[in-house]
Each structure stands twice: as structure tokens, then as C-alpha cells.
Design a protein around this ligand. Structure first.
Ligand code: AMP
Length: 386
């Protein structure tokens, strides 16, 4: 096993969003230097990193130069082209590997992997034409969800198909040649397991986190999730199987549906820290970002102990309508923590930051974070003025 990459070394991040920013904060706190590469500048990650390289992922010379200057490369954006990961790997270890990216950046390949591993998922079919879609609808029934095979996240590239006669319109609306159709899951709740695996195979997990979505985007996460101990064991075992079979070194999140009859179905995999794990920053001994750093540097994994129940509420650009949110009103709740990602333009639907609240119980944490977010609205009764 190669020796650990120790504090003082430089770690490279492909991608420059909020996940990279929080990773960079964790890494700098432990005395590492951080370089980031993405096609943008003045990015959430770049604002915190020691060096921000602006280059397209397809600029393989820039990628090679970037990788030569760091001891290990990770990513915070899973749609980095496979070739980029390959070129980086010629100069530094890439963790998780390009092979993990290859599987998880394409819904068809990901579902094939999960099916072959015998892991539970909703009935699905690969769809490459309208005829395929019609055949799949006949097998899977309606309603169903048609999703692009690549580049999908936060409900982007998805169309719900309510009736077989809507197939042509749905196919046209999706506008791609490579898709999957999934049976619609009438779930009781959505949950996730954020887990990490070290260079030597050590495994750590953050238990089960409950997730509420609004408009297909994560809205509120609560830990621990209100589920049985048996379901936690099952979900964690499933996550462990995924990390081991994919030979992940780093952090990976498994998003799951809990069906009304108590079964778990995998929705999707994210081979990186996950929005539902942001609460680990304030609520756990080791955050998911520090854990990613420890894993990719070959260090021992840290304790994932949840110190207190916690809840996280996302702040989308919508919160800036009609004006700057009332930060002081939200922070008047002393158990509430504010995270802002340094994004300059608060577009509706864009993840701009999040709030975390701790509580004596998960319900209390949730109520606090929801109240804190409501206080941001300029018209809210909690507004202090101005
Ligand atoms: P995704 O981008 O695939 O994670 O989808 C975003 C959200 O859309 C999920 O978190 C669910 O709330 C919803 N969704 C996706 N697929 C399905 C499905 N097959 N059945 C029901 N809801 C779904």
C-alpha cells in the first residue's frame, strides 16, 4: 500500500462547486493545500483553494499539468469526462477512480451494475428510441419516469409519463437518444446513506438520513432518519456492497426510496460527498468532506458519530426574491449555522447555501431549521427590520 499523503501536501479537485468548497475548507483546516480545475473562475471552490485553474475538462494538457502539481486528484463533479480522469491518472492517483465515474455518470450503466450486484431497484429499461419507450411502457406500466442516461441531477433531464399515449411527447421533450425508463415509485420516504472507504478497504458510514425534496431538488435532510434499526442495517449493508464492488476510495452516497411496504430501492449513486451529508459538517465528529480527504490521502477514517440530531435546509436562489435574505433574523436562533457558497448570481433553483440546525431530537432540529429559513424572507414576522 502506498504511504499516506500527509498534511502539507497538495490535493487536486476536478470541479469547483460547493462540494469542492466544503472539501477545500476541511483540507485547509488540516494543513493541506488545495488546487481546483474547472471551466470557470471565481468559483465556490476557487475562492477557498490555494490555486484555481480555469480550463475546460477537455483541455488534456491543462489537466496533465494540474495533476503533475498535486499528490492526489479527486472530484466534486461526477460528469468529468472519462478521458480527463484517465489523463489525470497518468500523473497522480485519482480517487475514486475513473472507473467509478464511468459507472455512476450514466444511469444505464449504473442500473446494470446495481442489477448485476443483486441490489434492489425499481423496474427499469434502457430506451434508445420511441419504439423502445413504447415497449418499455407496455412492460413497466404507467406512471413511469423517463430520464436521460447522462448528465441528470436534481430532476433535470426527467419527464414523468402518466399515460402510454404520452410516449411521443415525452420522448420529444427529453430530446436525447440514450435514456432509461423507471417505474414510478410511490415511496413512503426518501433516504440516503453517505459512506466512505479508505485505501486499505476500511469502511465508515453516517447511518440513514431522511430527505425531503421540493421540485425534484433536495429541500430538507434530517439525521437520524425515523426508520427502524433493521432498515438502517439493511441500508448500510447495501451501501457497503456498493462501495466494495465499485472499489471506491473516497465518499459515495446511495440515494434510496423506502416503499410503503418497507422495502428499500436504490434510486441513484453519487460518487462524492452529497447534499444530504452537509449536516455532518456541524453535527458529526468527522464531516463527510474531511472523510473524503482522509480516504483519498490514505489516512485512517475519522469517527462518523452524530453528536446531536441535526437538520439541513437548502437555500436556493429563490430565497433572494424579492431581496437579500435577512441573515440576522435566521441567526437569531443560536443553534442555527449558516453556510453560503460564494455564488454571485442567485438564480431560482440554484443551490446558494444551506442552514443546519441541531436539536435534542430530529424533530426539534427540523423545526428549527425550517423556522430559520422562513425567517430569511423579507416579509416574515421574525424580520428585524431594514
Ligand atoms: P433523481 O435526479 O433521479 O435523483 O430524481 C430526483 C427526484 O425525483 C428523486 O429524489 C425523487 O423525489 C423523484 N424521482 C426520481 N425518480 C423517481 C421514481 N422512479 N419514482 C418516483 N419519484 C422519483
Amino acid at each position: 500500500m502506498s504511504p499516506p499523503i500527509l498534511p502539507g501536501a497538495t490535493v487536486g479537485v476536478l470541479g469547483s462547486g460547493q462540494l469542492g468548497r466544503m472539501f477545500a475548507i476541511a483540507a485547509r483546516r488540516m494543513g493541506y493545500r488545495v488546487h481546483t480545475l474547472s471551466p470557470d473562475d471565481d468559483t465556490p471552490t476557487g475562492q477557498v483553494a490555494d490555486l484555481e485553474v480555469k480550463a475546460p475538462y477537455e483541455d488534456l494538457e491543462a489537466v496533465a499539468r494540474f495533476a503533475r502539481q498535486v499528490s492526489v486528484v479527486t472530484f466534486e463533479f461526477e460528469n468529468v469526462p472519462a478521458r480527463t480522469a484517465q489523463v489525470a491518472a497518468e500523473h497522480a492517483p485519482v480517487r475514486p477512480s475513473g472507473a467509478v465515474l464511468h459507472t455512476t455518470q450514466h444511469r444505464g450503466r449504473e442500473k446494470e451494475f446495481l442489477s448485476e450486484a443483486g441490489l434492489p431497484l425499481a423496474p427499469w429499461a434502457r430506451v434508445r428510441s420511441l419504439a423502445d419507450l413504447e415497449a418499455a411502457l407496455a412492460t413497466l406500466g404507467c406512471p413511469a419516469v423517463l430520464k436521460t442516461a447522462g448528465w441528470g441531477y436534481d430532476g433535470k433531464g426527467q419527464v414523468k409519463v402518466a399515460r402510454p399515449e404520452d410516449a411521443a411527447a415525452a420522448w420529444e421533450r427529453l430530446g436525447v437518444e440514450d435514456a432509461v425508463l423507471e417505474a414510478f415509485v410511490d415511496f413512503e420516504r426518501e433516504v440516503s446513506v453517505v459512506a466512505a472507504r479508505g485505501v486499505g478497504g476500511a469502511f465508515a458510514h453516517y447511518g440513514v438520513i431522511a430527505n425531503d425534496h421540493a421540485n425534484h431538488i433536495l429541500d430538507v435532510s434530517v439525521a437520524p432518519a425515523p426508520v427502524s434499526a433493521a432498515l438502517v442495517d439493511e441500508a448500510v449493508a447495501l451501501a457497503r456492497t456498493v462501495l466494495e464492488l465499485l472499489d471506491v476510495v473516497g465518499v459515495l452516497c446511495v440515494e434510496l426510496f423506502v416503499t410503503r411496504d418497507g422495502r428499500l430501492l436504490v434510486n441513484e449513486l453519487a460518487p462524492r460527498p452529497h447534499n444530504s451529508g452537509h449536516l455532518t459538517f456541524d453535527a458529526c465528529v468527522t464531516s463527510q468532506f474531511e472523510q473524503q480527504l482522509r480516504a483519498i490521502c490514505g489516512l485512517p477514517l475519522g469517527s462518523t458519530e452524530l453528536l446531536r440530531p441535526a437538520a439541513m435546509a437548502n437555500l436556493l436562489g429563490d430565497a433572494w426574491q424579492p431581496g437579500e435574505p435577512d441573515w440576522a433574523a435566521a441567526l437569531a436562533l443560536p443553534e442555527v449555522k449558516l453556510h453560503l457558497y460564494g455564488k454571485l448570481v442567485p438564480r431560482p433553483g440554484r443551490k446558494m447555501g444551506h442552514l443546519t440546525a441541531l436539536g435534542a431530537t430530529p424533530e426539534e432540529a427540523r423545526a428549527r431549521v425550517v423556522e430559520a429559513r422562513a425567517r430569511l424572507a423579507p416579509t416574515s414576522p421574525g424580520r428585524t427590520g431594514g
